[in-house]
Each structure stands twice: as C-alpha cells, then as structure tokens.
Design a protein around this ligand. Sequence first.
Ligand SMILES: Cc1ncc(COP(=O)(O)O)c(C=O)c1O
Length: 400
Amino acid sequence: MNTRKDLFKKCYDFTLADEVKALGIYPFFHPIEETEGPVVSFGGRKLIMAGSNNYLGLTADERVKEASISAIRKYGTSCSGSRYMTGTVNLHLELEEKLAEYFEKERCLLFSTGYQTGQGVIPTLVQRGEYVICDKDNHASLVAASIMAVGQSGKFVRFAHNSMEDLERVLQTIPDDAGKLIVADGVFSVSGEIVELPRLVELAKEYGARILIDDAHAVGVIGRDGRGTPSEFNLVDQVDLMMGTFSKTFGSLGGYVVGERDVINFIKHNASSLIFSASPTPASVAAVLTSLEILKSEPELIERLIVNTDYVRQGLAAAGFKLMPSRTAIVSVIIGDQMKTMVFWKKLFDAGVYVNAFIRPGVMPGFEALRTSFMATHEKEHLDKVIMEFNTIGRELEIL
Ligand SMILES: Cc1ncc(COP(=O)(O)O)c(C=O)c1O
C-alpha cells in the first residue's frame, strides 16, 4: 500500500475561506479601487475607511505624493539591490540621520518593512544561550523573529500580556549571566493598549536585560510631537532600541530601528533580512522624509487624530459596546463570536463603513473583534456615520 503523504493535502483540505465566501461574509482581501484617505471606493461604491493605519492621512497628502514622484524621476523605481551592495542611495542616509535625531538616539538603520526590521534585530542580537522575552500579545512579526532566534539556539520565553508581575516571574527563572532582550509593542496592535513601560524599565534594570520597543502604532500618535511610547513616559534614554514602520503614520512602506551606535552598526553588518533583501525604494524613502517634516511641523494633526478617535470611542462606549482598553488611535469593539464578527463586518461594509475583522488566530476565542482606527483627516460626518451604523447593526444582531 502506498503510505506516502502529499505535502499539499492540507491545502486541498482547507475549505474555511471558500465556505465563508459562499456565505457572502468573507472580510479579507477586498480590492480598493481608489482612495482619498478617509473615503475609499470598493466595487464602484464609496465607503468610509475606519480600519486603516494611515493615522495622519499622509498617504493622500499632495506634498508626500510629490516627493515620491520626484524621487522616482531622479532615482528610478527601485534600487534593485540590498543596502549592503548597490541598494543605498543618499536618501537612505539622509532619512537615517533625520530619524536618529528625531528619536534622540545615536544611529538609525532602515529596513524594507517593519516585519523585516524585527527579523533583522531580534535574531541578530539574541544568540546561543541568550533570551528573548516577549509580551504574549506582541505583533506576529516579533513572534516570528523570536522563533528565528531559537533557530540559532537562543531561548524564547513569554510573559502574560502587559503583566509586569509575570514579567518579573519570568525574569527570575532566567540565569543571571545570560544576555536578555525584553520585547514589547509600545501600543499593542489589536487593542491599542499602551505597554506598562515605567515598570518594564525598572525590571530590565534590576535583572540586567535590554529593551526593544516596537512603536509601529505609537509614532505619530503618542509622545512628544508623536515620538512614541518611550517619549510618552519620558523614558527615551532608558529604552535601548526603538523600532517601527513607515506603513502607518509615515504613509509609506519600510521600517527602522534606532539605538546606540555600536549596536546599530552590529545589526547593520549581520542582519540577514537587511543584507539579503532589496532596500526600500527611493519613492518610499522620499515619502517618509516629507512625512517626517510634516509630523514635526504640524502637531495639530496629532491633536485632530486624538480628538477624532476619542469621539468614536466615547460614542461606541455610550452605545454600550464592549471596547478593548485603549487611549490611542485604535478602537477595538469586542464581538466575542467568530461568525457574528464576520456578519457584523459584512453589514458594516454594505452600509458603507470599512473596518477590520479580527478572528482566530489573530485573537483568543471570545475576543473576536472589529478593529476600527482613525485618521486626522476624518470629518465629523464620517465619524458620526461610523457610530450610527455600529449602533444600528449592534441592535439588529443583539450585541447591544
Ligand atoms: C507592532 C507591529 N510591528 C510590525 C508591523 C509590521 O510592519 P510592516 O507593515 O511595515 O511590515 C506591524 C504592522 O501591522 C505592527 O503592528
């Protein structure tokens, strides 16, 4: 008898996506035809975008667009190589210098995505017998990066979400003489909650650990003029490494890490995801350079973002929705059931509101949610419509 197992069997057996599509409630991969930022077109219809991380609305800013277009004229569409080889243009160096200055650290290193930044930093630093210590709710890219560290005989341990008691318990189990890196999202990407940084810093000092904060959802949202979580707590000099993405506030694509000179230099010459992947395109880098100038010179954008998000948060809470704890630009509404989450998503979509459905494995059972996020460029009428449609559908589905 042939006992061979076909590697692709799991693919042929995977029917869930097709089943959900057949029900007409599939919430993923819907193509946007055109976008102005807060309003986007799907299938010839205009919808309010209440699920993007384009926090300051800069993807639609004419100055940012023009910067990208000019960079393409000067440098072409791609660097066609890694930073290490032929893929560095002077825009990369200019952005690294400006970001290091902005984040008040000695040096900065760019990557082609935020995902690759984690993959470049964590397994490069955490080697044989050393520990990466992650919050259980860290972004999937940080988990993947930590698993890469295990591939190099590093150790990967986790602590209960934002629990500094559990972090201390975990630190007590690690040998005193082992190198340790504590990694946490600054603003957690599913809930919008902020890390308990002051206590985390105390524990890191007490147990001799280094700290990496991923500020993907914090930059442009919290901290002095949008400088992120360490700045929010006045702890920039206590956090060893800060990383982030250009795909949210900066309205572009790419990632960065900032820290002390020798550490960034070591990552630069050893990180596989940097050395073996093409550099960020000139168009992407030029967009970030312009966004950074806007971020520094127009703090009122951040104020508007916070006012907009607070308005929706208060509206949904007043209606009786159960929200995840957050005071950032993410408002996650707990639905608590996979099917109801997708049905709710589809009803919002049909009513002209686009949000994100978070189901397993993205969240734990019972915490299935609709994640909304807002922009500085949303108008009050957009926000009112989001609140109104949530209300109507929440009642219809007996969630309220
Ligand atoms: C905390 C966090 N880190 C990293 C990333 C990945 O960033 P990028 O989209 O640049 O790959 C994200 C994106 O969602 C994120 O939320």
